[in-house]
Design a protein around this ligand. Structure first.
Ligand code: ADP
Length: 313
């Protein structure tokens, strides 16, 4: 039995420069690097590092980045026979200019991710009988996400939908999702009211459960998360850690949640794992390099078992 991930695979091309170039200007920068990303790929890497057999379904482009992206997944232990090359388009690419001040400007080209469709659904369908959990996000066409969620749910596979980036969702998708894991901004766009106060956050979680998801988690960065099911709402505080880079905290959270559920762990424990994986990831730079492995997660949980007890629990 495996964790299946259907989603985006991206290459970030990062130029560090003293400032942004003006229109028509050629500017000399200091440094360039590439980094494998995409929410789908990041979450697959997070799950594989934590020890679950993880299979990625997706598409890369017909360029030098396609093989590099597959390789990065393989090196993290992700099974990539479900990742195919689209001969007619580029890989998903983010061109990023980072100013010395830390400000950035980004152009995202969906490329192959934008053409994920029937072929991927067919591959997914083939592997559903041997899957326990399907992880989905919103960086591929929405109608494909809806179809994938429905097919997985009908096959008895638990669906975790991380509804990122923020957008409105068709009402029908909620009933196919076992877990829905928006961050604060995404939750706001799903419920359509502002989440300025704690009460509003709790209400949003309840509203989303009411739409048909059995389990809803709204992640709140350094505040941890709010969990809701039909039995009620509760807060799960974050671990207190030294923060260096919050990129992909949500991806670490979702990958760990998937692995915990794949192992049949309780909701309580799954949330603890997810919070811990998110916390570890913010203590390190980068997206995929910041995902903890299993030994690191276990050591972190053992170390924080006493300090993390909520008051009165
Ligand atoms: P996203 O990256 O999708 O915006 P969040 O910022 O809500 O998601 O982070 C996801 C999870 O990662 C949080 O629920 C929490 O468990 C963990 N996390 C994020 N930021 C921190 C932080 N500063 N300290 C501890 N844990 C964090």
């Amino acid at each position: 039995m495996s964790v299946l991930v259907l989603g985006s695979i991206n290459m970030d091309l990062v130029a560090v420069a003293p400032r942004f170039p003006r229109p028509g200007e050629t500017l000399r920068g200091q440094r360039f690097f590439t980094a494998a990303g995409g929410k789908g790929a990041n979450q697959a890497v997070a799950a594989a590092r934590l020890g679950a057999p993880t299979r990625m379904v997706g598409r890369v482009g017909n360029d030098v980045f396609g093989p590099a992206l597959r390789q990065a997944l393989m090196e993290a232990g992700v099974e990539v026979s479900g990742v195919e090359v689209d001969p007619e388009t580029s890989s998903g690419i983010a061109v990023i200019v980072v100013e010395e001040s830390g400000q950035n400007a980004i152009v995202v080209i969906p490329g192959a991710n934008g053409r994920v469709g029937g072929a991927e659904l067919a591959r997914l369908e083939r592997w559903l009988p041997e899957a326990r959990v399907l992880l989905l996000q919103l960086e591929i066409p929405l109608e494909v996400v809806v179809q994938a969620a429905e097919r997985a749910a009908r096959a008895g596979v638990s669906v975790i939908l991380n509804p990122a980036p923020a957008m409105a969702l068709p009402e029908e998708i909620y009933r196919w999702c076992t877990w829905l894991t928006p961050n604060e901004v995404e939750a706001e766009s799903l419920v359509g009211f502002p989440l300025r106060e704690d009460q509003a956050i709790e209400e949003a979680a309840r509203v989303l459960v009411g739409k048909g998801c059995a389990h809803v988690v709204i992640t709140l960065g350094e505040r941890g998360c709010v969990y809701a099911d039909r039995g009620g709402v509760r807060w799960v505080p974050a671990y207190s850690v030294p923060v260096v880079d919050t990129v992909a905290a949500g991806d670490a959270f979702n990958g760990a949640l998937a692995v915990a559920l794949w192992e049949g762990r309780s909701v309580e424990e799954a949330l603890r794992w997810a919070n811990a994986a998110g916390a570890i990831s913010v203590t390190r730079y980068g997206a995929q390099p910041s995902m903890p492995n299993r030994d690191e997660l276990m050591a972190f949980l053992a170390q924080h078992v006493e300090t993390h007890r909520a008051p009165g629990s």
